[in-house]
Design a protein around this ligand. Sequence first.
Ligand code: C5P
Length: 397
Amino acid sequence: MEQTLKRIVLGVTGGVAAYKAAELARLLTKRRIDVQAVMTPAATHFVGAATFQAITGHPVFTDLWDDRIDNGMAHIDLTRSADAILVAPASADFLAKLVHGRADDLLSTLCLARDCPLLVAPAMNRQMWEHPATQRNIALLKDDGVTLLGPGTGEQACGETGFGRLLEPEELVEALESRFQPKLLWGLKVLITAGPTFEPIDAVRGITNSSSGKMGYAVARAAIEAGAEVTLVSGATCLAPPHDARFVPVTTAQQMQEAVEAAADTANIFISVAAVADYNVLNRSEMKIKKDAHILTLELAPNPDILAGVASREKPPFCVGFAAESENLEEYAELKRKRKHLPLIVANAVDEAIGTDAVELWLLDDAGRHILEKADKLTQARRLIAHIAKLYNERNA
Ligand code: C5P
């Protein structure tokens, strides 16, 4: 994680899900985020303050009148150096309190007397969540600039199923990380292609490749986190499209080219991650081809090079290519960069790149080679976005 988030006040309110906040505190602490736990009195009925104290290494505060803070100003002091307050779980009652700006316990007072972002992760019974009063409160909190994390859906402690579940601790950490990424691409339009293309042979068969789309989707997410307006043009994958992106699903290279050309006019940056099939089938059959004993010949015609087409425009967006190579990685990738007139190409080894979760990336630009040491694809995507933002700003300075 970019260490823009160094210290957090973790507010815990009264609900069964309070036990999950202990795991959340552990995950945050593991990521070197300093966690100050503040519990409502009701929360202490569900989980003990000693648990949070042991995990975070700090005394836990529950009381507005706590005299462990010298000047009696716990309601201000505890958030003074915090980068955010995260209330998880946030009960229906606590959300209602926030809406009205009430300050009758330490946590609600801290939420009122703060100058850092407030994030809430609701957790409650399905009917409480669906109640118009809660929904009204949620809308008002959003208007007040409070960030909502979740709730999720699923089986609840009461045995019912529906919305109202606290997001899992890992999901909360992920959401926090996203929220606090530096806004390096603020206000820019970023066009991204991802996944494989599929070139039909007949009504059911086709030529494709094993691209999972994971890298392209991670790049899309990192660009959104960095504040960009993202269009993601994607071949078929098993991945859920990222929230907050304009999503254009396509099948063939031809369709991908049309979608890219339409969006490229207004894009500031084009990142071409898709594994575009090199050929399409000329003698394609509309009907399913019947199997017989004869040799079947497919006529293949080269597909358009989408990236090269955009990069050779008179006023191209800042174009970034990807090159997966099985040998001579740097030499071949650099040749591609030159041939396609790209300021930046991302090279990786084929055996590492396709379908895997962790990769090493080599970024090749006019200044030479920059190695992004092996890491998961989202981490690499964030590093890549930081590099792109730097080059883009240098160009447009
Ligand atoms: O030439 P090669 O396919 O190895 O180049 C890879 C880069 O070019 C990738 O960024 C890929 O998305 C892009 N590309 C494209 N259209 C093609 C082939 C590749 O945009 N037909």
